[in-house]
Design a protein around this ligand. Sequence first.
Ligand code: GLV
Ligand code: GLV
Length: 324
Amino acid sequence: MKKIIVTKKLPFDIEDSFKNYDLIYNKSSEPLSEDELQRELYDADAVISMLSDKINAKMLENAGNLKVVANYAVGFNNIDIDYCSEKNIVVCNTPHVLTEATAELGFALLISAARRIVEADKFVRQGKFKGWEPTLFLGHGLQNKTLGIYGFGKIGQTLGNFARNFKMNVIYNSRSRKRHEEKLIDAQYVTFEHLLDKSDFLVVTAPLNTSTKHRFTKNEFEKMRSSSVFINLGRGEIVRESDLAEALENGEITYAGLDVYEFEPSVNKKLLNMDNVILLPHIGSATVTARKEMAKLCIKSVKKVLEKNNVPWNAVNKNFIVDK
Ligand code: GLV
Ligand code: GLV
């Protein structure tokens, strides 16, 4: 019997899908410790991993049977891709199925920051609402403002499309210019410097890699508009979080909305005490539909490798990528 490990409880009947497998399913709210996971990987054929699992060379050093890692996320910076490629282990992620959900959450952060939704809610709960006032919680509208997108993948493009429907101007910067995609939503490719300079709202949707790590530090926040709003939907390590806290404190930028953190799950203490930042617990893809489709895609990917000896379309390591 083939052995598969699923490192966290998923919102989908995964047991039914792996009836003919030796399934190690961690249904507890506690993650498997690194030691436990490493021990279980010793004779496993497949693992469905979470973005919080570090799948590195050390973790895999004794995993001689492993053929596929299906990461329950679009991002896969938690996996040592080069090592997996070397060992002929297929790595898959869950693109597309979470695009709308994540872009929607990004837009929710954007509007919540612009209109100070979270602060205003707190105000009412604290019994401070004493009647309508012309100056109560003045925020900013979106129309004619410029949305800057850093990372123009599917999520960034979808967010840009939402923004166009709110009559925003959309500019973007990403590793490569995407001429076809930019035309579809009338977005404009700009340099990184221009993105910092011109964005009223700057949203990060880029993946974490060596070229995006700490892309936003003190130096970048200083170049942004003092009225600007910074939103991070990608990965926490793209931003030096202590510099972001300082930039908010010093008025280098005005507001922030975060779904991810540099030292996740811990959050910079200063940010926790600020009213001009919205903090979410990494819930970008957390809709019932997206999380169910992510599970289905992971199951399919694992079966494609183990039962059909085939490479799934969503493989991400170079030696396995098939033409899409
Ligand atoms: C979530 O952050 C993901 O990468 O799916
Ligand atoms: C996000 O940037 C994606 O590639 O979907």
